[in-house]
Design a protein around this ligand. Structure first.
Ligand SMILES: [Cu+2]
Length: 242
């Protein structure tokens, strides 16, 4: 009975969301489907959504997705330095578009890494635990660079979402946002968030780590419990390719 209710809830929510909320690629970016959850994370606001695994972001000294002469905080646009959403193990494509006077980089750093310690000479490694994880080349006039990355966090340690800081290494004070990382909602590996994934979540619903029914893969936010937050997250992404 419980499983049936959860499944029906997910399907109804998913249908509603797909029909009324999502924007397609090439339209103006919409607020991410999981924006409410993301916004609860400290320092994260206005996640952008192009499609589930692709973003385009504009590089200005004043801040990512700002514009020349408009510093992101406090006067910049609402989408300045947007929070980006990624999924563990899923390759995300970020196109960084040069926008102004100066060269930039798009660079990922570990959670909480301070802007004062970011330098263009920093070496980057995907195995680093305190510093630069990966970066693009410096890109200047007229250039667009494409950054591909598949995060390997969060681990199944039940300490919450994975987080990276993204910086321009040349302008880290102003060009700084957050990447938040969920586990892949496509548990079944079919390439689409579908009924198989909803079923996996339903079977584990209301369980906590340590219980036999607990499925860490369905604990998308890595909270240690498969709960309504995970169900809502899946519902928001239902029917989406990933
Ligand atoms: Cu820059």
């Amino acid at each position: 009975m419980k499983i049936t209710i959860v499944l029906i809830t997910i399907l109804l929510a998913g249908t509603f969301t797909v029909n009324f909320t999502f924007e397609r690629v090439n339209k103006a970016p919409a607020v991410a489907p999981n924006a409410k959850l993301a916004a609860k994370q400290p320092g994260i606001s206005s996640p952008l959504f192009v499609n589930l695994t692709a973003y385009t972001i504009n590089a200005f000294v004043e801040g990512w997705n700002s514009s020349a002469g408009v510093i992101c905080s406090p006067s910049g646009s609402a989408n300045c330095n947007p929070g980006l959403v990624m999924f563990r193990g899923v390759t995300t494509t970020i196109k960084a578009v040069w926008g102004d006077c100066c060269p930039h980089t798009f660079s990922l750093y570990t959670k909480g890494f301070p802007s004062t310690n970011v330098f263009s000479t920093d070496p980057c490694s995907t195995t680093t635990t305190n510093g630069c994880v990966a970066k693009t080349i410096q890109f200047g006039t007229g250039r667009t660079v494409t950054f591909l990355f598949a995060p390997n966090i969060p681990q199944d340690d039940f300490t919450g979402l994975g987080v990276y800081e993204y910086y321009c290494q040349i302008h880290p004070d102003t060009m700084h946002g957050k990447v938040i990382i969920y586990k892949n909602p496509n548990i079944s590996g079919t390439g689409v968030v579908n009924i198989l994934d909803a079923s996996a979540l339903a079977l584990s619903f209301d369980s906590t780590h340590g219980m036999t029914s607990f499925n860490a893969a369905a604990d998308f936010d890595n909270s240690g419990t498969v709960d309504i937050i995970d169900a809502s997250f899946l519902a928001n992404l239902f029917d989406r390719p990933i």
